[in-house]
Design a protein around this ligand. Sequence first.
Ligand SMILES: [Zn+2]
Length: 183
Amino acid sequence: MLGRVFRMSAALLISGGRDSAHLLSWWPWHTVLGGIGVGIFVDYGQPARVREREAAHELCGTAGVPIVVSTINRLRRNAETDVFEGRNMALVSAAIPYALEYGCDTILIGSCRDDFDGFPDCREPFITALSDALGAYGLKLDAPLLHTPKSRIPRTTGAWSCYEATDEPCGVCLSCRVDRNGA
Ligand SMILES: [Zn+2]
């Protein structure tokens, strides 16, 4: 596999949602010799984890990308802001062993511009600092959608973005509100 030989493939943090689903189909066209080497779904106790995991498996299966599941014992959800504190740092840390195992040089995260307000760990200073830190392991972090508004990110069939464990998107959680604003 070229990506493995030249270490140009990416390990994608896939939540099963709209942004990472788009990266899954878009990234291979963006690189010349690379591609998605592995999709990493992280179970951090989020209410919609079963639904999200199903979506992530379906999306990776369709794309022909291997998927692994990593479990984090506990993250704290701020009751006022809906934010799982420390989430993106924990997600990226969880991705490190798989990125290395699958010969990837990049960890991809699907943060987009509409996440700026609600999620401090979706902003450029955080992404840049964390990418610098990953250099210690020969890796870097890339958030290709960081400056892309949600409205320019196409919806992918089978993606699931709601935080809640409901049959249909709840429409009121932070993720649903951001998704609706970018409809
Ligand atoms: Zn929702």
